[in-house]
Write a protein that binds this ligand. Structure first.
Ligand SMILES: C[S@@+](CC[C@H](N)C(=O)[O-])C[C@H]1O[C@@H](n2cnc3c(N)ncnc32)[C@H](O)[C@@H]1O
Length: 216
């Protein structure tokens, strides 16, 4: 095996040397906990990765499926080109409301459009409106991933980057004695993405497993 197994100490080291201190995001995480919003946001290194990736590809239009309290969204929005816009969609109004507050606190209110809606409905509306995005981050209900992927492709141009979170499901993807709708949906997506020649992709061992796809 070429990868280094990740211990807590090694993760702390990576975080120390490559994730800048971010008091606003620390406050966001503390507030997420206080509001009893589930602590299911991406990890700090994934957030840093999303910020850098958004910048590296010069993204101007980004779409996020699954806002929660805005942790990942803040990182994407901060990486956008001047005049850029993140559209972020969540079904839960309490999550959208908390996120809107934090986008404003981060000075990003003009860069983020927070939509409260079932993701598929809003994606279909964006397709009908002829919208295209440079980066699409999918991080909501796993059983919806297949549908979100189909819509994401319609919202893409050659070069669009589509990302999916939780593609390792705590490592359970390879334990075939386990089965539940979310896990099975992730396994199905992993298989589908690996065979889909409309994209090129890599399942990365960051956070709970993040698949990065480049649309051809
Ligand atoms: C894992 S959290 C998103 C975390 C966020 N991306 C972050 O890292 O800060 C998943 C979110 O998806 C939302 N969600 C679940 N089902 C949804 C659906 N059908 N449509 C839109 N959002 C949905 C949940 O309300 C929850 O806020």
């Amino acid at each position: 095996m070429k990868s280094v197994p990740l211990t807590q100490e090694l993760f702390d080291y990576i975080e120390k040397i490559s994730v800048p201190d971010d008091p606003l995001c620390k406050e966001l995480l503390a507030e997420t906990l206080r509001l009893e919003i589930p602590m299911i946001q991406i990890s700090t290194d994934q957030a840093r990765f999303l910020y850098l990736l958004t910048k590296m590809i010069n993204a101007k239009h980004a779409l996020e499926i699954g806002t929660l309290a805005g942790y990942s969204g803040i990182h994407i929005a901060r990486g956008l080109q001047p005049g850029g816009m993140l559209t972020t969609v969540d079904i839960n109004p309490a999550h959208s409301s908390a996120a809107s507050g934090f986008f404003a606190k981060a000075g990003l209110e003009d860069k983020v459009d927070v939509i409260t809606s079932p993701a598929l409905d809003h994606m279909q509306k964006l397709v009908a409106d002829g919208k295209k995005f440079d980066l699409i981050f999918i991080d909501a209900d796993k059983t919806g991933y297949h549908n979100y992927y189909n819509e994401a492709l319609k919202l893409s141009h050659p070069g669009t980057v589509i990302l999916f979170d939780n593609m390792l499901k705590a490592g359970n993807v390879i334990d075939m004695s386990m089965s539940d709708p979310d896990l099975d949906a992730v396994r199905e997506m992993n298989e589908l993405l690996s065979k889909d020649n409309r994209i090129e992709c890599l399942l990365m061992t960051i956070g709970d497993g993040m698949t990065i796809c480049l649309v051809r």
